[in-house]
Design a protein around this ligand. Structure first.
Ligand SMILES: NC(=O)c1ccc[n+]([C@@H]2O[C@H](COP(=O)([O-])OP(=O)(O)OC[C@H]3O[C@@H](n4cnc5c(N)ncnc54)[C@H](O)[C@@H]3O)[C@@H](O)[C@H]2O)c1
Length: 330
């Protein structure tokens, strides 16, 4: 099928109602494209895409990517998959099916349409890494039978499928390995550290860190991430990845907790709990390839990104924040 025009494309975003997907769709619509969002709402709500329904170039399909989808599009972004441990461990078999069957179905569609397809892979393919920072050549240290395996191994198998469809059937692929990303529209209760800390701080609850808080993470603001994703999709055909996209600046979990307390003006105390199993102690991307091949690097400082995220949660939780404040005042 020829594209609608050179500049205006019809684009499928699976997992488009999720945190990253909804931001990606905002940007694609801003650029004048038509977008089909396919999502089964397993780990998201329609709230993330409520603002899009009035746009005639936007269409929502409630669809599970474990089943084939027949649409006519020019490009596919495959983001469907629960991304936080709470969600992906809720039904591990479904998580694995989503990664593997979802990849097979979307790659089959890309093969039929001869269109580009981008896979939202993850830094979790590196598992608990023994080298720092991680380059794309590092093959990872994943426990294949642990509680995170349904996600980590599912994403690894999906990458395998992408490269096999590329080698065997010539499908034009783009594989990006996303590192920790945060921003407005994260789930409030998905167990991820940024949303956890912000919600706890806004509600005046103790802020829980696991272990002594000295483990480090690098946090990428969502706008930067989406910029990297769109640059990868627009890159020349020989740029297929995998390519790390994430922020290289490391912070300890304790530093993050302190920054959140400062930005929210919260009186919450920091409390420590035992570390969960298979929790990586450190993870940091090497983004040399993204710099060289995509001219990309993150620009938003953590404090600025956190301020936007806090503003989002302040609005989302307005009633609860009011009630919590009244309780404290009594
Ligand atoms: N946010 C991050 O920091 C991060 C890091 C690494 C990788 N990723 C990847 O990016 C993608 C998006 O992550 P996110 O943070 O927006 O997570 P999210 O949970 O907010 O979004 C995922 C979306 O996929 C949908 N989904 C799940 N299973 C589905 C299925 N079987 N069929 C159709 N839709 C399904 C969910 O309902 C949700 O809307 C995921 O593939 C994730 O693995 C995200």
């Amino acid at each position: 099928m020829p594209p609608i025009s050179d500049s205006r494309k019809r684009i499928l975003v699976t997992g488009g109602a999720g945190f990253l997907g909804s931001h990606l769709i905002d940007r694609l619509l801003e650029q004048g494209h038509e977008v089909i969002c396919a999502d089964n709402l397993f780990s998201s709500t329609k709230r993330n895409i409520d603002h899009l329904h009035a746009n005639p170039r936007f269409e929502f399909l409630r669809h599970d990517v474990c089943f084939p989808l027949y649409v006519e599009v020019d490009e596919i972004y495959n983001l469907a998959c629960p991304a936080s441990p709470i969600h992906y461990q809720h039904d591990p078999i479904q998580t694995l099916k989503t990664s593997v069957h979802g990849a097979i179905n979307m790659l089959g569609l890309a093969k039929r349409l001869k269109c580009k397809i981008l896979q939202a892979s993850t830094s979790e393919v590196y598992g608990d890494p023994v080298t720092h920072p991680q380059t794309e050549e590092y093959r990872g240290n994943v426990n294949p039978i642990g509680p995170r395996a349904c996600y980590d191994e599912g994403k690894r198998a999906a990458e395998t499928l992408f490269f096999d469809y590329h080698r065997q059937a010539g499908v034009p692929i783009k594989v990006m390995r996303i590192f920790n990303t945060y921003g407005p529209r994260m789930h409030r209760q998905d167990g991820r550290v940024v949303s956890n800390f912000i919600v706890q701080a806004l509600l005046g609850q103790p802020i829980t860190i696991y272990g002594d808080g000295s483990q480090t993470r690098s946090f990428c603001y969502v706008d930067d991430l989406i910029d990297g994703m769109m640059r990868l999709m627009a890159s020349p055909p020989d740029v297929i990845g995998p390519i790390n996209i994430g922020n290289t600046r490391e912070f300890t979990i304790l530093e993050l907790a302190q920054m959140v307390i400062e930005i929210t003006g919260s009186r919450s105390q920091i409390v420590s709990k035992p570390l969960p199993g298979d929790d990586p102690k450190q993870r940091q991307p090497d983004i040399t390839k993204a710099r060289e091949k995509l001219g990309w690097e993150p620009t938003a400082p953590l404090r600025q990104g956190l301020s936007h995220t806090v503003a989002y949660f302040r609005e989302l939780l307005a009633d609860e924040i009011g009630a919590a404040g009244e309780k404290l005042a009594v």
